[in-house]
Design a protein around this ligand. Structure first.
Ligand SMILES: NC(=O)c1ccc[n+]([C@@H]2O[C@H](COP(=O)([O-])OP(=O)(O)OC[C@H]3O[C@@H](n4cnc5c(N)ncnc54)[C@H](O)[C@@H]3O)[C@@H](O)[C@H]2O)c1
Length: 340
């Protein structure tokens, strides 16, 4: 009998790649996605698509009863970290309670492994490089919800024996990324702006650094995790090693579209200046990464972005707190700024 895997968020960026790798590994793949941030045409051929939310307890319960999943890959979330301060209730309901619905059913149905995509947001503004043995101190609701799910998985493992693997990726980019979300994905935002002939918007002076990670360095280990017993009940940082400034990034993206971008610098947001992780642990268990450089990765993504074209940025309609909402996040898409 075929291995059955649930991929939540499989119409999204990382999830669609994970789903494709699972199909290539011979799994029967069921995707649960509410299309709030994903696209039906990103769903790989051969996967069963169920449109719905992980917050719909009855639907989640029905899916587990119907399919009796061997593995669960949980990627569904709204990952707009900076915005999460202003959409707290939505964030916890979607990213935390939705995850708990899946964990409950995974315990009940004796799922063999639950792979969760957390984030380096759990570390907060800790020491660099971020290492898995540091004590997380998340500083925003997005990071708090991710860390809460990590802790709940540990508790579910200790209480009920549910095996889990936690990944903490950072600043992932590549084909199938939602380039039309003005609240997140700086590389996608830059590409979308260039394709619309707009200047690139950067919060602060652009000297903040991030280790931008090509999708293969993230989706492949996530897909393999369930068949890697050495990874069970462990936490892994994954992604690229080398940090770049946002100013450097803007030049690389511009070069891939043959333009010298104009930059519109906006007031700095409350965000960490530098973020990069240590990947020694992941390399020991999953092997070295693809070795793809930033130029190569951006070039691949740019080729895809040119094919799909610019996307209109959607407003997040239900802002819960307006106080201190960053410049450009009011209802004016043309002033949207890049968030890393
Ligand atoms: N992209 C990154 O740099 C990054 C970094 C760290 C962690 N992550 C995590 O990886 C996962 C995937 O992120 P991504 O960048 O592919 O984002 P994405 O928005 O492209 O994918 C998320 C998918 O989840 C779906 N979704 C959201 N809420 C849902 C719900 N309640 N029920 C069902 N589906 C829902 C969206 O429609 C979307 O297709 C997320 O959990 C995110 O927190 C991403």
């Amino acid at each position: 009998m075929k291995i059955k895997s649930l991929v939540t968020g499989g119409a999204g960026f990382i999830g669609s790649h994970v789903a494709k790798h699972c199909l290539d590994m011979g799994h029967e793949v069921i995707i649960l996605d509410d299309l709030s941030g994903g696209f039906e045409d990103h769903i790989p051929a051969g996967a069963v698509f169920v449109q719905g939310s992980v917050t719909d307890e009855a639907l989640v319960s029905e899916l587990f009863a119907t399919y009796r999943f061997d593995y669960v890959y949980h990627l569904a979330a709204y990952a707009a970290e900076g915005l999460s301060h202003f959409i707290r209730r939505f964030n916890y309901n979607n990213n935390l309670i939705g995850s708990i619905n899946l964990i409950n059913e995974s315990v009940k149905h004796k799922v063999k492994c639950f792979t969760f995509t957390s984030s380096i947001a759990v570390y907060g503004a800790g020491q660099l490089p971020m290492r898995e043995d540091m004590i997380p101190t998340p500083e925003d609701p997005y990071g708090v919800s991710k860390y809460a799910v990590e802790l709940d998985l540990k508790a579910a493992h200790e209480m009920f024996g549910l095996n889990y693997v936690v990944f903490r990726p950072h600043n992932v980019y590549g084909e199938n990324q939602n380039i039309g979300d003005k609240y997140r994905n700086v590389i996608g935002i830059f590409m979308n702006q260039i394709m619309q002939g707009q200047s690139l918007t950067i919060f602060g002076d652009g000297e903040q650094t991030r280790a931008f990670s090509y999708i293969d360095d993230v989706a492949i280990p996530i897909a393999k995790s369930v068949v890697t017993p050495a990874a069970y009940n462990q936490v892994f940082n994954i992604g690229a090693d080398k940090p770049y400034t946002v100013n450097e990034l803007a030049k690389v993206v511009g070069a891939c579209f043959n333009v010298t971008p104009q930059i519109n610098y906006l007031q700095a947001r409350n965000e960490v200046m530098h973020a990069y992780s240590d990947h020694t642990k992941a390399h020991a268990v999953f092997g070295e990464g693809s070795g793809i450089t930033l130029d190569e990765g951006i070039r691949k993504m740019a080729a895809w972005a040119k094919e799909v074209g610019a996307r209109k940025s959607k407003e997040f309609d239900n802002i819960e707190i307006y106080e201190k909402l960053p410049q450009g996040w009011e209802k004016k898409p043309e002033t949207a700024a890049a968030t890393v």
